[in-house]
Design a protein around this ligand. Structure first.
Ligand code: PZK
Length: 298
């Protein structure tokens, strides 16, 4: 547990595991992503150099490539667009529109994995949605599923049937969230597949502004999604995570009991992980991270 940095002229509002939010004015917030990484639900002491920049660059990339599908909260990310007290954070800070957040996580699943695979194996459904028989672990689903969840009071999120969204938000808004979730995921998954990366599933957050649904938060990053290297995907086994597998495998090899603090990571593990994050951005965007960062810093 650490304290969020003091930024001149900005009031700290909230901390996520590896991110911070500050208030800019009535209509804007600043989201800052750190270089820290969590594994097995523990935030590690050793930063992964450039990780905050990759998560920010990926979000900026995807928001630009989905802006024709849905308006989004991003207002600025280049130094000159940020409040003066945050310009030194250019590359891992985003100025965003302050929204009324919709209190559901909008999840799209394109592949049968994790808790979805377990539920399918026991009863042929995923989040209560019936699927064809005979699917294997990590199989591509016939169509992406919309499987919303809600923040449970204690820690982890709780899946809810789509009917709960219909009851709480009304059929029009619930239907719009379903369609946007599937459409933005499908756009991302198709582009990524062409670059050798499978997006197995992802989580979106939406908010409202002026009566309009707006895409918020981070978008199609390895923290909000499962990224798989396409060449290591084969149905019948769970593919390794593109980014965290290297850290998880090393931590497992130490015999660590998964309670904080985690063991300190050797340089080859932090450096190898940093290289994987950078590679994910560069493969997806076709742009060097240094080039993007130079534009951010101005
Ligand atoms: C908002 N979070 C999650 C993100 C954290 C927590 N555009 C917005 N308007 C209003 N609220 C939010 C957003 C966005 N995005 C997002 N919580 C509130 C979150 C980053 C760091 F500590």
């Amino acid at each position: 547990m650490t304290t969020a940095p003091v930024l001149e002229g900005l009031r700290h509002q909230a901390s996520g595991k590896v991110r911070e939010i500050y208030e800019v004015d009535d209509a804007h917030l600043l989201l800052v992503t750190t270089d820290r990484l969590s594994a097995f639900d523990v935030v590690l002491d050793d930063p992964i150099a450039g990780r905050g920049t990759v998560l920010t660059a990926l979000t900026q990339f995807w928001l630009e490539r989905t802006a024709d599908l849905v308006p989004n909260h991003l207002v600025g990310w280049r130094a000159f667009e940020l409040p003066p007290g945050a310009r030194h954070l250019a590359g891992r800070a985003m100025l965003v529109r302050r929204l009324d957040m919709i209190p559901f996580e909008c999840i799209a699943r394109g592949y049968l994995v994790g808790s979805g695979w377990k539920e399918y194996r026991s009863g042929g459904t995923v989040c209560g949605i019936p699927l064809p028989a005979g699917l294997r672990e990590a199989d591509k689903l016939p169509e992406p599923l919309f499987t919303p969840s809600t923040k449970a009071i204690t820690g982890h999120d709780e899946n809810v049937p789509e009917s709960v969204l219909v009851d709480r938000l009304g059929p029009d808004l619930a239907g719009r969230l379903h369609d946007l979730t599937v459409d933005v995921y499908s756009r991302g998954a198709e582009l990524a597949a062409g670059k050798g990366i499978l997006l197995a599933d992802t989580k979106f957050e939406f908010g409202m502004a002026d009566g309009e649904v707006v895409l918020a938060d981070e978008v199609l990053t390895p923290d909000s999604s499962r990224f798989w290297p396409a060449d290591q995907w084969r149905p019948g086994a769970s593919p390794p995570s593109f980014d965290k597998q290297f850290v998880r495998d090393w931590l497992e090899s130490t015999g660590w009991d998964k309670t904080a603090p985690a063991p300190r990571l050797p340089a080859e593990v932090t450096d190898g992980t940093a290289a994987r994050y950078r590679d994910a951005y560069e493969r997806l965007s076709g742009r060097s991270l240094d080039d993007w960062l130079a534009e951010a810093k101005g």
